[in-house]
Design a protein around this ligand. Structure first.
Ligand code: MV4
Length: 504
């Protein structure tokens, strides 16, 4: 019997304050742990899969998330009504809201996540960096406090060297960032940054950093228990992104050496330790051309891309989150963890890559997911369902696993080709473009991958190749048919083969 089996979990019923694929993902782990599940849903999600999957479900309001999934008090009410002792917030919505975390604690409920204090500190980039200063964590040179004196800040920018980046302390995901190329532009860009930050976050605090021009985005998964143990579960690389929206993530990174991995992992654990972090969290770094890394911020939630870490470590992160929230000790130490194989995730969005990635709404006329060895699909839809306009346009996460990066890539291409979605434009073809691209395949890419290599012609080129292949095949079939008897079975099997070859 495991040592902590005697520490009975106080959680027998869990409310999932989210929707879509992540709500289902969380419920699956809860079910395996013998924990009953409660779904909450908006009026737009009455027939959603997460509602059907849960043991109980409560409607919490009209479709807009501001009237449903963001209403903390309605979610706490739903716990009271159903007797759920804990809430898993998933990602997005209330997942990093320290005010909500406090409300949950005050209501005598358990939030599956870190303390409100850790959330609050890490919710602001300046206080996050201040906390991390307790340890020797590499950070990009700049200001470590909010700028209140523009002249002094400009002086600091000159010292640091241009180009510099102005960032909003309250910002996240690239919002409120401005690149300043030269000292003459400083005051103007600074004013714009402050007013942008004020209107977007209600907080005009900004700071500066030297601009790392071609970074790779590497993040480290951490887990901390309530007994002071913190481990890292290696890195994920998320450099393939478009306008700060990640599209492809993988683990491990194609470029980290074992030495850098260990150093980064240790830094990530220290960052977590600086706020006595509990639960699952992600420490975000950028890596420059010399493979020097710098701490940027910490995300205090389960991330969208967590499955790639699960596949290379064999750890179920949601189960670990629930066990930690129940007060259990981590059942493994850093030395027990190792990377095996390689995993890649493609986010399948209802967006049209041939048309500036405009969101595409409508019904999933055909929806058939890929299957087979090394393929995991985390989704929240079925054929015939409509993608609601109110929420994130992500349809699914297609994740492949292989013994090495090459196998994971080939498996991803195979899975993309097997995936059948009609009725809606998706980023599947874009994903295939990435997987087939020389820069991705050789691992020589950075956060500029999409901007550098992709335009709407990139997908047409593939279609044109296929059109050319189709023409060649058609000519061959025509010649065969001329050569052999009319009406032979050759033509039927050939056309089937052609259909299969050219379906995508
Ligand atoms: C940077 C940077 C270059 N230099 N900081 C964007 C999101 C936010 N988490 C941090 N970001 C960046 N910070 C310095 N000093 C470049 C980015 C950046 C980026 C970072 C990670 C992934 C994608 C990115 C795309 C553009 C810019």
């Amino acid at each position: 019997m495991p040592e902590n089996a005697k520490l009975q979990t106080p959680i027998s019923k869990l409310l999932i304050a989210n929707r879509g694929e992540i709500a289902l993902r969380i419920m699956r782990s809860a079910k395996e742990m013998g924990i009953k599940t409660v779904a909450v849903f908006s009026e737009a999600d009455r027939n959603a899969l997460h509602v059907r999957y849960a043991d109980e479900a409560i409607c919490i309001g009209p479709p807009p998330s501001s009237e449903s999934y963001l209403r903390g008090e309605k979610i706490i009410d739903a716990c009271k009504q159903t007797g759920a002792q804990a809430i898993h917030p998933g990602y997005g919505f209330l997942s990093e809201n320290a005010g909500f975390a406090k409300m949950v604690a005050d209501a005598g409920l358990i939030l599956i996540g870190p303390s409100p204090e850790a959330m609050e500190t890490m919710g602001n980039k300046l206080s996050a960096k201040a906390a991390a200063l307790k340890y020797n964590i590499p950070m990009v040179p700049g200001t470590d406090e909010a700028i209140d004196d523009v002249a002094a800040a400009k002086q600091r920018a000159v010292e640091v060297g241009f180009p510099i980046l102005i960032k909003a302390a309250a910002g996240g995901g690239g919002k409120g960032m401005r690149i300043v190329e030269k000292a003459d532009d400083f005051e103007e860009q600074m004013q714009l940054a402050v007013s942008e930050a004020t209107s977007a976050f209600g907080d005009g605090a900004v700071f500066i950093e030297r601009y790392v021009s071609s970074p790779r985005h590497i993040e480290i998964q951490v887990l901390g228990d309530t007994h002071g143990h913190i481990v890292h579960l290696f890195e994920r690389e998320c450099s393939v992104q478009r306008r700060h929206q990640k599209v492809v993530e993988e683990a491990p990174s194609a470029v980290l050496t074992e030495e850098i991995r260990q150093k980064m992992g240790k830094c990530a654990v220290d960052v977590a330790r600086s706020v006595n972090y509990t639960g699952a969290g992600t420490v975000e770094f950028i890596l420059d051309e010399n493979l020097d890394f710098f701490f940027l911020e910490m995300n205090t939630r389960l991330q969208v891309e967590h499955p790639v870490t699960e596949l290379i470590t064999g750890i179920d992160l949601v189960k670990e989150q629930i066990k930690i929230a129940s007060g259990e000790k981590l059942s493994f130490s850093q030395e027990d963890l190792k990377i095996s194989g390689h995993a890649i995730e493609l986010r399948v969005y209802a967006e049209d890559p041939a048309n500036s990635f405009l969101p595409d709404i409508g019904t999933l006329q055909t929806y058939k997911t890929p299957k087979g060895n090394g393929v995991r699909v985390d989704d929240g839809f079925e054929q015939g369902m409509e993608i609601p306009i109110y929420y994130d346009p992500m349809i699914a996460k297609l994740v492949t696993y292989g013994k090495d990066r090459g196998e994971a890539i080939e498996r991803m291409i195979r899975a993309i080709e097997e995936y059948e979605i009609t009725g809606i434009e998706t980023t599947l073809g874009f994903g295939k473009f990435v997987m087939q691209h020389e820069a991705f395949r050789t691992g020589k890419f950075d956060t500029h991958f999409v901007g550098k290599y992709f335009n709407s012609e990139s997908l047409k080129a593939e279609n044109e190749d296929e059109a050319l292949i189709a023409a060649i095949i058609a000519t061959r079939i025509f010649q065969q048919q001329k050569q052999f008897a009319v009406g032979s079975t050759t033509s039927k099997s050939s056309s089937d083969w052609r259909k299969n070859r050219l379906r995508h």
